[in-house]
Design a protein around this ligand. Structure first.
Ligand SMILES: [Zn+2]
Length: 485
């Protein structure tokens, strides 16, 4: 299998560097033999051979049925399960300076070869992208939004410090159009819209992004009802954020009140204003959910195929405290020391406090909402929000898929949420997301069947990406050396 990196202007030096950093050299071609394919659409097929080359799957057939003209390297897939490589559809690579680029190998070592960065300053995310490109197969491909596009005041403007400056503010439609143009020129793959946008600015943002062929994913602006956001042409929504406000039988009154609070709070700090709105409205909204009204919204989301990235592991962490389970906590050891110590302190402190019933109610609501969305045919994507919420880069995606299954997705559907759905979000489904001839040869071998238990996506044996075969020894090595000491 020829590597895209080595292809073309291959120099002897570059080739030598590449050989040095991976355990297996780049292949002219590779045959994976006698493997069980686990495809997010077609399901399970046993005893298959798969020939890959030039970055794509060249042939798939029953064991022993694929003829090759020249000898090819082979990889024994006996007893193993082959899935498309995974995506984490919601990450913030520039959020935690103490973690920094140590996150990159953690994704790949967990079978994740593509990530969607949903908010960070352009200058910073471009630097991370440069590092990722240098590291080749040991870093994921990054699809980035650049800064959150917020209104005025902005929530993430650097004050207080737990709201780092990762946003830009648009107060007029012209501002929004200019920002979309700048991000398009800088190579952004999507636009992330935030909660303080005014309706006319939000609509202008979507219109310009659509012209530029950039999908917009949103936190539903507080100034709008969710159905109006759908009608505006949004492609995605994150965290189920603010959907609950629009599902209340008091939704219209709450909206009017919010619009007043937003007008009167123009001079306040953005994060304070948002918190005070949520504090005033969420208890009322969650205490008055209206099945009929919510059903109409869910139908609209299904009709418009608005991708939902519910970040269920994040939404349920206050109630379930998964970060105290050894399999969630042990991965902290792969973080740089300062971050690891901080996370451990935070987890220990959290363990000492009692669980707030509001967290339990929100976790239940989130699981129930995902179940309904999924039943209505709304596309669901697996995204974590890592490194927020003590969710370790890479490892946390497996928890997200498990939590999606807890919400009612089948294991196969949960697998689709981390493979085919993100590809569809970006219109890349002809190129990747399933295991078919002509599609991407970014693949992951597992030692246990994820359709029997979605937790088995953790049993990563080998990652095939960008022309390289990263075996378990190599992946362990990457984990071991992720954090500079
Ligand atoms: Zn986020």
């Amino acid at each position: 299998m020829r590597s895209g990196i080595i292809n073309g202007a291959a120099s002897a030096t570059l080739f030598a560097i590449m050989l040095a950093i991976v355990s297996s050299p780049a292949h002219a071609d590779l045959m994976i033999q006698n493997v069980t394919i686990i495809d997010p659409v077609a399901g399970e097929t046993e005893n298959q051979d798969i020939l890959i080359g030039n970055g794509i799957i060249a042939a798939i057939g029953e064991r022993g049925s694929i003829a090759t003209f020249a000898p090819v390297d082979s990889l024994d897939g006996t007893g193993k399960f082959l899935i498309p490589a995974l995506w984490d559809a919601h990450v913030h690579l520039t959020f935690d300076k103490e973690i920094g680029n140590a996150a990159l190998p953690l994704f790949v070592a967990n079978g994740i070869t593509r990530v969607r960065d949903t908010g960070g300053l352009l200058s910073e995310i471009l630097l991370v992208q440069d590092v990722a490109k240098e590291r080749g197969p040991e870093a994921p491909v990054i699809y980035f939004a650049g800064p959150l596009i917020d209104g005025i005041p902005r929530v993430y403007d650097g004050t207080p410090a737990r709201f780092p400056n990762i946003s830009d503010g648009a107060s007029t439609p012209e501002d929004a159009e200019r920002l979309v143009d700048e991000l398009t020129a800088a190579g952004a793959s999507l636009i992330k819209s935030y909660e303080m946008l005014k309706p006319d600015v939000f609509r202008a943002l979507i219109a310009r992004a659509t012209e530029r062929k950039l999908p917009v994913t949103s936190h539903i602006p507080l100034s709008m009802d969710a159905k109006a956001v759908v009608a505006a042409g949004v492609r995605g929504m994150e965290h189920l954020r603010n959907i609950g406000l629009s599902c209340s039988d008091k939704a219209d009154t709450l909206l009017t009140e919010r619009q007043t609070m937003l007008r009167e709070g123009m001079k306040e700090e953005g994060s304070t204003l948002r918190s005070s709105i949520h504090a005033a409205q969420r208890p009322i909204a969650f205490g008055s959910q209206d099945a009929e009204r919510c059903g109409a919204l869910i139908k609209a989301l299904g009709d418009a195929q608005v991708f939902q990235t519910p970040t269920l592991a994040l939404n349920t962490r206050g109630a379930f405290r998964q970060f105290l389970e050894p399999r969630q906590r042990e991965p902290f050891e792969h973080l740089p020391r300062a971050a690891r110590d901080r996370w451990n302190r935070f987890a220990d402190d959290a363990a000492e406090t009692s669980i707030d019933p509001a967290y339990v109610a929100f976790a239940d609501w989130s699981l129930g909402m995902v179940s309904q969305l999924h039943e209505a045919g709304v596309p669901i994507m697996a995204g974590t929000d890592t490194p927020i919420g003590l969710l370790t880069p890479g490892f946390s995606l497996h928890l997200e898929m498990e939590t999606l299954v807890r919400a009612g997705l089948s294991p196969q559907e949960a697998l689709a949420s981390a493979t085919l759905r993100p590809a569809q979000f970006f219109g890349l489904e002809e190129k990747m997301g399933t295991i078919e001839v002509g599609k991407s040869s970014e693949l992951v071998l597992l030692t246990a069947n994820p359709l029997e238990d979605i937790a088995n996506t953790r049993t990563v044996d080998t990652v095939i990406t960008r022309g390289f075969v990263l075996d378990r020894t190599k992946l362990d090595d990457m984990l071991e050396n992720a954090a500079p000491e």
